[in-house]
Design a protein around this ligand. Structure first.
Ligand SMILES: Cc1ncc(COP(=O)(O)O)c(C=O)c1O
Length: 368
């Protein structure tokens, strides 16, 4: 008897670059071999999350961002998806509008819809969201919030420039429109570090930055955080969910805290980013060698994804069955956007497969 423990069963011989998950062989089970649990974390936890963990997390973040985080502007979540769900619950009402980037993470679109929210898409350029368009849409819709993936964006890989971030945070402050920054790829950089998390830029601006250990350590931990203004966190922490169930992930927080404190997490992250850096280079080389004349893409400097358009405008939805027959997969552009411009796009993930498989996937894509 085999028990189903994982969400995903890899699809046989197909190399499915549509899978946006960590490679199972890179999940660091070794780091958890010697773990034990203290009785104190078996009680209902503090609503904001275990304070010792938040302290260790603040110290870790402070080595990486110029504006200091403190345990008081952090709360613990069970990952980024959970954070967005709680934010929808506490910062919106069914029927509200939420602004999102065009394109945007397809499961975030589903989450917003599950909360009865209408997503209105804002165009992006190579520096992130278009601020003038955003300002006009805030004025027009008075949205509950603006959801953005500012760093190594899913699906485009684009990183919002420092200047754009400053404009965005100023706009949030001036219009009182909350900004929800999903920053799950912030620490997966393969060249220079990206600009600071949005919530650390201006403590007066209504901005929440969401972080997660899913892509940095392991998604099965279900552990993440929200950094933001204490008043906004107070609203989240006051939810009935946390009053009833206590703070989130007290046991997992206690397992991850020592790794943050003694440097084992950093060692793991250095190894991981070294591997992903090579995988990204391999995918880009494979695309260049096999599809350079037929696809257009912009190389990302971190994260998980390359966003590539067929130059001839081929529809990637219609093409997917043929791709599967050829033994390769991707996420079609239509999942991330309703715009016809994105219908010829594919999101290709370089994190899940090794270099040989990534090269083979490019050969298979070139046969389409
Ligand atoms: C932009 C974005 N947000 C959230 C998630 C899910 O994160 P978590 O596992 O922390 O819920 C992903 C994973 O693919 C993602 O790409």
């Amino acid at each position: 008897m085999t028990w189903q423990t994982t969400q995903l069963t890899p699809p046989g011989d197909r190399i499915d670059l549509g899978i946006g998950q960590p490679d199972p062989v890179l999940l660091p089970a070794d780091l958890f071999k010697q773990t034990s649990v203290d009785a104190s974390v078996l009680a209902y936890g503090a609503e904001a999350g275990d304070e010792r963990f938040r302290y260790a997390l603040a110290n870790w973040l402070n080595q990486r961002q110029s504006q200091p985080a403190s345990p008081d502007n952090l709360m613990v979540t069970t990952g980024s998806s959970n954070a967005l769900d709680m934010i929808c619950t506490r910062f919106s009402q069914p029927g509200d509008t939420v602004l999102v980037e065009d394109p945007t993470y397809f499961i975030a679109r589903k989450q917003l819809a599950e909360h009865g929210l209408t997503a209105v898409a804002v165009p992006m350029d190579d520096d992130g969201v278009d601020i003038l368009e955003l300002a006009a849409l805030i004025e027009q819709h008075r949205p509950a919030f603006f959801y953005t993936v500012p760093t190594f964006h899913n699906p485009t890989g684009i990183t919002q420039s420092a200047e754009r971030r400053a404009q965005l945070v100023a706009l949030a402050r001036d219009t009182a429109c909350p900004v929800v920054a999903d920053e799950v790829y912030q620490y997966l950089y393969y060249a220079k570090p990206p600009p600071d998390p949005l919530a650390s830029l201006d403590e007066r601006a209504p901005v929440l930055s969401i972080g997660s250990f899913s892509k940095l350590l392991a998604p099965g931990l279900r552990l993440g955080w929200i950094q933001g203004q204490p008043e906004m966190l107070t609203r989240l922490i006051g939810s009935a969910l946390l009053s009833s169930g206590g703070g989130l992930a007290p046991v997992t927080s206690s397992l991850v805290r020592p790794l943050l404190e003694d440097g084992r997490f950093d060692q793991h992250l250095t190894r991981l980013t070294g591997i992903y850096r090579k995988r990204l280079a391999t995918l880009l080389r494979g695309l260049e060698d096999n599809l350079g004349d037929r696809l257009a893409w912009k190389a990302p400097e971190g994260g998980y994804f390359v966003w590539a358009h067929w130059r001839n405008g081929a529809n990637t939805d219609a093409m997917l069955p043929r791709a599967h027959k050829a033994g390769v997969g991707y996420q079609p552009g239509s999942k991330f956007s309703d715009s016809p411009d994105q219908a010829s796009a594919m999101r290709l993930c370089f994190a899940f497969y090794d270099e040989a498989q990534l090269t083979e996937a490019c050969v298979r894509l070139s046969q389409l």
